[in-house]
Design a protein around this ligand. Structure first.
Ligand SMILES: Nc1ncnc2c1ncn2[C@@H]1O[C@H](COP(=O)(O)OP(=O)(O)O)[C@@H](O)[C@H]1O
Ligand SMILES: [Mg+2]
Length: 271
């Protein structure tokens, strides 16, 4: 495996008037290509701040972010084409992340039309055929491309968001609580879909989960965050079975009827 991400002493402080909030403190993370990293921690612990820095959507106050051997944290946007093509995000709520005025097909191919990404891909992806491929990837009929987001259920909308993220053939998918805004009944379906797509496309995955079961299902390694700091990290098995901190144990204890290990039930699709 080769290293795809490395952060060094990453910190991000936000200023709210005279108050400053240390959203992320001294985070050092390495990620290998093909790894599936889950990030958990209570609300406000810095999870979204960390992944925004990985995606180059925000800049650190202190520290470095390296992607595929290039330090990205100080690069101007015009030089981030390779990152914009290689790293795609899925957000929590597809209601707010999909433009209601655009047809689904245009939403999905939008990343391919961005100037930076176009220059990066250099015409190597045909938009129409790619649209058909990614809609098939997420089990949506191609004729849905002419409809608008409001015509779809929450689970379908999140599948549209996933199709859009796949469109530029990224190497890394970063998902911020991808199922927490969905009905409980469709969560398993979307998780299984993500699981299958990450495997079949050989993606590197970073998932923020409000729910440890989500991360358990999708990830091979885990970071636990508290108050902007990484307080525990390791393989998912290790963190689940031998949590090293009281904080992680309390997160595990907060999961109702948690079952882990080989006898744990597979979530059932019910969409
Ligand atoms: N744009 C921002 N401006 C000011 N404070 C922010 C901003 N984004 C996040 N924060 C603060 O940083 C801390 C970490 O936030 P966040 O990374 O969103 O946590 P999480 O995703 O774990 O819930 C919180 O205290 C939050 O209020
Ligand atoms: Mg968040």
């Amino acid at each position: 495996m080769s290293e795809i991400y490395r952060t060094v002493g990453l910190s991000r402080t936000y200023r709210n008037g005279s108050r400053s909030v240390a959203a992320l403190v001294d985070a050092s993370v390495t990620l290998q290509a093909g790894q599936r990293l889950g990030i958990v921690g209570e609300s406000g612990s810095g999870k979204s701040t960390l992944i925004r820095l990985l995606a180059g959507l925000d800049r650190p106050t202190v520290g470095e972010v390296w992607f595929a051997g290039t330090q990205i944290d100080q690069l101007p946007e015009r030089k981030l084409g390779f990152l914009r093509a290689s790293v795609q995000m899925v957000f929590q709520d597809p209601r707010s992340s999909l433009n209601p005025r655009m047809k689904v097909g245009d939403i999905i191919t939008e990343p391919l039309r961005s100037r930076l990404v176009r220059r990066q891909l250099d015409g190597r992806i045909d938009h129409r055929s790619r649209l058909a491929e990614v809609m098939a990837d997420v089990d949506l009929p191609l004729d849905y491309a002419d409809r608008y987001p409001h015509e779809f259920s929450g689970g379908q909308r999140q599948r549209i968001a996933i199709a859009r993220a796949l469109a530029p053939k990224p190497d890394v998918l970063i998902a911020d609580e991808p199922v927490s805004a969905l009905d409980v009944s469709v969560r398993a379906h979307v998780m299984n879909l993500l699981n299958d797509l990450v495997a079949s496309h050989g993606l590197t995955l970073v998932v923020v989960g409000h729910d440890l079961m989500v991360v358990r299902h999708l990830c091979d390694s885990l970071l636990v965050m508290q108050s902007g700091r990484i307080v525990e990290s390791g393989s998912a098995d290790q963190v689940f079975h031998q949590p090293q901190t009281a904080y992680t144990r309390s997160l595990l204890a907060a999961i109702p009827r948690i079952r882990t290990g080989p006898d744990a039930p597979e979530p059932q699709s019910s969409e």
